[in-house]
Design a protein around this ligand. Sequence first.
Ligand SMILES: [Zn+2]
Length: 562
Amino acid sequence: MVLPAAVVAADSKKVVEVSGELRVSIEEDEQVFLSARPLPGEALDAFARRFTDDPATKKEILAGNAGMNLMRKDVFVRVPYRLLSDNYRRIAMEALFPGDRGDAKGWIHVVTAPAGHPESLWRIAEWFTGDGSNYRSIREEGQIAALPTESGEAVRIPARLLLPAFRSAAADAATASAPESLLEFGQDEKGRYALYRLKRGEALYSSVVIRFTGRLHAEDVRAKAEEIAARNGITDVRAIPAGFAVKIPVEDLAPEFRPADDPARIAEEKSRLEAQQFVNRVRAADLSGVTFVLDAGHGGRDIGASVDGVEEARYVYDLASRVQALLSEHTKAQVVATVQGKGTCRRLADAVSDTRAARVLTHPPYPLDDAVAGVNLRWYLANAVLRSVERQGGSEDRTVFVSLHADSLHPAVRGLMVYIPGERFLRNAFRKNGAVYSSRREVREAPKVSFSRRERIKAEGISRDLAEKIVRAFRAAELPLHAYQPIRANVIRGGREWVPAILRYNRIPARVLVEVCNLNNPEDRKLLVTRAYRDRVAQALVSALVSFYGGGPDRTLRASLK
Ligand SMILES: [Zn+2]
């Protein structure tokens, strides 16, 4: 790796490449720097704002890069750690210390001596809490005997002392499962495997296949469970004793569960870290100036999933109407629906209206005769909304797209799942041909869609930020959510992986597909048919949107639904 002069200028002991444009380095004296290449046409003010949230830091950035010809796209500009925004501090620390993690009580930092000697407690306190003198509390609470640290030592920084970005990571980790410690890796004549010991009451389907392999659809889960059973000599998958150690082939594991040196895991962590720099920075607690494109999935002839007479299209349309009503009562967001049905939502009723007459609101509208054309016309419509926002001086950062669905997965899965556009699935340029498309204004205006690399990374990062807000809002409202991985960057089904078309060709950066629940799960189904549940989901979605734009929980909003 050949690094431009600016990056290796001083005595960098370790340099981590986050992306082609972004590097993190640490020097002998434990000073940490982030080095980045400016975007085309980016001035120093904008650069300083991007990395430090404060244009006033530009003087210091200039001083620290003395003698350099700044703001050329081939020159890396160094920014000292203490000037970085909270978000970039976390990116820098995660790049330098990939073994660190959050837990229920705080952040665990593993000493790895990247500067050539073990990092001091003072530095650790400074990096993670913003104040070196916090080393005393860290030492006391962690009952750390010796002041000098040793390589491999795990230092816990209590949650209350952490900078917000590390604190929220710790909180998320605390509520998610901590899988790594559950798996041991080994090898036998059939290849590399991860060993998982079943606990009492755990089944192969849910506790192994759904949890560790990422499969969710009933047919995939069953097929993979059969394969794993056969590898382990299990003849009856329903009668596996507690404590049985199941061997799961490493190639079946989702990347995040693989060994730390696995190429798929390394690739995933790298792209995660790169995408992490894109979070929403726009603040608009009342959502003024925000355009919210709301897509109720399916409609017309396409009823979506249907289980025991519960039709997905009708329930998600009702839910969308509730979201729309709450937004117009409590916020200043402008809501653009992609689909319109005939009936109106009766807010106090459990029953939902018919959506057979639903149309996609293109010009002219599309009566949803064909589900695939229906989906394509929705993203064309979303892209047209974004163009119109930008024509009127608005910004893509004040535009959000949410598509509402209810899933039909293996019955053991329940609760919310949010899909985001995984960067690696957005590669190609794309267009649709045929009269159903060319007859519509939204398509004629811009028939072809493609993304730059930066746009793809931004979409994944900012959509994950939105998805995290949705997951937190569901958790706060005690609504069911998927037990293991409620946010996913792609669908896995029938041996293939992809991003749903509604997200794949959509140009609104913050875009998610929300599966509010799993219709094949009897408990989820029972909830969805009640208006009380749909109100709580609508409320959670609105709070998520408000918090995405920097607002806190809205009392009026909460009270309105009591
Ligand atoms: Zn659906």
